[in-house]
Each structure stands twice: as C-alpha cells, then as structure tokens.
Design a protein. Structure first.
Length: 474
C-alpha cells in the first residue's frame, strides 16, 4: 500500500509503527456553526481512508478533535447571546447528527480543547523550559525560527514566511513578538467577560495550533502514523503542530501527512468557504438530498483531488447509486427463486479479477475512481448472469457479499441503499402491477401496455422475467 506524503511530496510505502495497527489523527471542526460540505469533504475523505484500512485488516485508532474555543467561537457566542460552552454543545450535537446521517464511523475519541487545558498549559511550559517559547505581556509565543525544519511541510523558507507575516500583523502584536513569524500558544484574556483559564502567565486561553499537538500526543503517542486534514491546514496549522510537537518530544511527530482537496463551486472553481459566503451547509442539503447520494458524491473522488459541487454532479452520483441499488435488488430477487443453478466460469473469473483490481487501485493512495471503475465493469456480468435461465447462484452470492463490502468502504450501506426509497407510492405501484398481471393473464395486451406506460410516468420500470414480474425505480 502506498500513501502520498505531503511532507516529502512522494508516494511512500505504508509501514505502520505497530504491524496491523494504525494511529490516525484528523483535525476536526471549530464548532461555531453548522458544517458546510467543504468541511464534510475532509470528514468523508478520511472516513473512507479509515474504512479501507479496516477493510485491509488494520485496527485503526482514529482521533478527531473539536476546537471549542477560539476567536470565532467567542464572537459567535456574543452574537447568539450564549456562553461559549453552550454554543459548542449546540454545534457539536449538530455536527454529530450530520456525520451520522452521512454514515461516518464514530471516532475512537473526540477530544475537546477546553477539556485539555491542564495538559495544554503543561505542554506550553515545556516549550518555554526548552527555549522554544516565551511569554510576552500575558501572551505566550512559539519562537518559530528556533525550529530548524520550520516551513518544510509547506515548502516555504523563512524569508518568504517573514515577509508574509509582516504584512498581516498589526503594530501592537509586532511589539509583543520577537519575530513576525512567531505564533501564539496562549492568548491573554482581553476583558473580564471573555472566557479564560488560570495559567502561569495570567488568565487566558490556548491558541489554535497547540491543542492538536497536545491531543494527538496524549491519545495516540509521541509519533503517530497518519495525520490528516484539508489542504488549507498545511500552513500554518500543521506546520506549527510539527514545530511544537517535535520541539517537546525530540521525535518525528507524524510519519504520513495527508491533505484532502477542496470543494469548489461555479464555473471558475472557487473554493467553498464560510468567509466567501458561497457555502451550502450539510444540515440544509440533507433536507433535500438523500444522505447516501451526498456521501457517495464526496467519497467517489480521490481524496487529493478537488470536487466541483453542482446539482448536475449530485444527480450523476444518484444515477450511479441507483444502478447499484437495482443490482442488489436483482440479486435478492434471483437468489430467492428455486430455479436450477449452473456454474458460470466467466462470472467467477470476472469477480476474481475485480477483487484484485479493487485492492490494487485502493492500495495506490486510495484511488477510488479506478476502484469504482472496476466495480462498474462487473455489474453487467452480474446482471447478465441474473437474467440467465440457470444462474450461478454461488457466484452471485459471492458477488453480493463483495459488492456489499466494497461499497461499505465508500460509506454506502447495502440495507440503507435498498430501503432508501421506500416511498409512500409503493402501495399504488403494487396495485398497478397486480392489475397489469391480471391484464396479461387475460391477454389484454392494450391494457397491459397502458399500465406499463402509467408506471413509466411514475418512474417505475417493469420487467417480465421467467421468475415473474418485478419492478424497479429508475
């Protein structure tokens, strides 16, 4: 198995620290609002990666945090006339509901920054003691230039960083810093109304970057296998995590850095973000779109590639999922009949070939597009055998089992897929089907054709098979 490592900009052979086990940390949301589908991209991308690792037999210890205190949360809490903890509780609950609807596996642990204040303070003190951090008027900053590899992850040099930082910090902050590229580990309380905790440097709260270093090391160890997040976190967030963590431990913090591509919108492929006001929340979208369609849409693009969000692309995902659903329904229908089973060498060979192609594709940095292409190519062979006079039922059972496990990697649950469209018009459909069967029995072909057309208008395809009449939604 090979994984593209952002730190080295190459695909590397995946060798976990402990054979058969994977430690994985993925940066979670800042819980001040509902997540948009750009946020959901990261959640789904790394859930798909986790699921494939588990499919391959690894035991995955998966940690994803909640940032439940920062400037955005303080501002939003004031706007909504809530405390910061109450705001966090509201949107953590909403986040968990959204990702459950998207069939995301629960994390092994969801630590929260405000629950780790003691550990964060101790970690910052170690950085001060080692000469990597300094206090300045109640704030604590990391002296970035002292870490010799600073900028390596994002392929930036100190001069470029210094020039960029100088343009973005105000005079007051510059006064407190020894160097423009230094970043905050602890922020002084601005006023008595602002949420804060006691520390050796006065009342304040942790900076954003420090929490992930502390929580990753606390719950996964000083060196972890995989650290993931969106491309926008590469700098400064992940760069700063490396500097903080390795300064304290003296060890490599992460073996494989993985970053997912953005979700874009419009013909100009503009990045979706709250700051650009061009986002769609998952909460709103799930009122209109089948959660499995949204999940499949996001999971069916290789994690490093951008996804262009549009109604047309969602519709295409829905069409593909319907093909899978129809195949599952066809399998269930045929496997229930009592006709003779006959071995099909071509189907058996095709299934075995697809198994290998699926694993080969996914082992190549989780190439989901090639993996799905292999599965698509199997569907006609399956359906042809289903429609044969004597189907190979053993092969079809194996195909059903493999399709179930392959789609589960993408977060698509077979049973949820089959029952997703258990719509209110099922009773009417069954009534029309029965009426059509009676017309066919009476050789009233005109009435039979008229009923078929009526069902067609409802989006129902009727199939007359040797095993009887069955129907599928288009």
């Amino acid at each position: 198995m090979k994984i593209y490592n952002t730190l080295t900009n190459t695909k590397e052979e995946f060798k976990p620290i402990v054979p058969g086990q994977v430690t994985m940390y993925v940066c979670g949301p800042t819980v001040y609002n509902y997540i948009h589908i750009g946020n959901a991209r990261s959640v789904i991308a790394f859930d798909t990666i986790r699921r494939y690792l588990e499919f391959r037999g690894f035991k995955v210890n998966y940690v994803s945090n909640f940032t439940d205190v920062d400037d955005k949360m303080i501002a939003e809490a004031q706007t909504e006339h809530l405390t910061v903890p109450d705001l966090a509780a509201r949107y953590i609950k909403a986040y968990l509901a959204d990702i459950a609807a998207l069939n995301v596996e629960p994390a092994t642990k969801n630590p929260r920054a405000t629950h780790e204040i003691t550990a964060i303070i101790k970690f910052i003190q170690k950085l001060i003691d080692k000469g990597y951090a300094y206090e300045s008027d109640g704030d604590v900053y990391y002296h970035a230039r002292k870490f010799k590899h600073y900028g390596q992850l994002s392929s930036q040099n100190i001069s470029e960083l210094e020039e960029g930082a100088s343009k973005h910090i105000n005079a007051a902050e510059q006064e407190r810093k020894k160097d423009p590229i230094d970043f905050a580990l602890w922020k002084k309380q601005k006023n008595s109304a602002e949420i804060a905790w006691k520390s050796p440097w006065g009342m304040g709260r942790p900076g954003w970057h420090i929490e992930c270093s502390v929580m990753a090391i606390k719950y996964l160890g000083e060196t972890i296998d995989i650290h993931g997040g969106g491309q926008d976190l590469e700098f400064p967030h992940h760069e700063n995590e490396i500097a903080q963590s390795e300064a304290v431990t003296g060890k490599t913090f992460v073996h494989y850095w993985m970053h997912n591509g953005f979700v874009t919108v419009g013909s100009d492929a503009e990045k979706m973000s709250k700051s650009l006001h061009n986002f769609v929340t998952v909460n709103d979208l799930l009122q209109e779109v089948d959660p499995q369609v949204l999940r499949f849409f996001m999971a069916s693009v290789q994690y490093r590639r951008q996804i262009n969000y549009s109604a047309e692309n969602l519709k295409q995902a829905q069409i593909i999922l319907q093909r899978f659903k129809n195949t599952f329904n066809n399998l269930e229908y045929r496997l229930k009949d009592e006709s003779v089973s006959e071995k099909s060498e071509s189907l058996a060979v095709k299934i075995k070939d697809t198994e290998q192609k699926f694993i080969t594709a996914m082992d190549d940095d989780f190439n989901v597009q090639n993996a799905l292409t292999a599965i698509y190519d199997l569907l006609p062979e399956i359906n042809a055998n289903i429609n044969a006079k004597n189907a190979d039922k053993d092969a079809l059972k194996k195909a059903a089992k493999l399709l179930t496990s392959w789609l589960a990697v993408f977060g698509i649950d077979r049973q949820r897929l089959i029952t997703a469209e258990n719509q209110n018009d099922d009773e009417q459909v069954q009534r029309l089907i029965k009426k059509r069967e009676e017309a066919r029995k009476n050789r009233d072909w005109a009435q039979s054709d008229a009923l078929r057309d009526e069902l067609k208008q409802m989006g129902i395809t009727v199939e007359d098979t040797p095993q009887g009449t069955r129907w599928l939604r288009e």
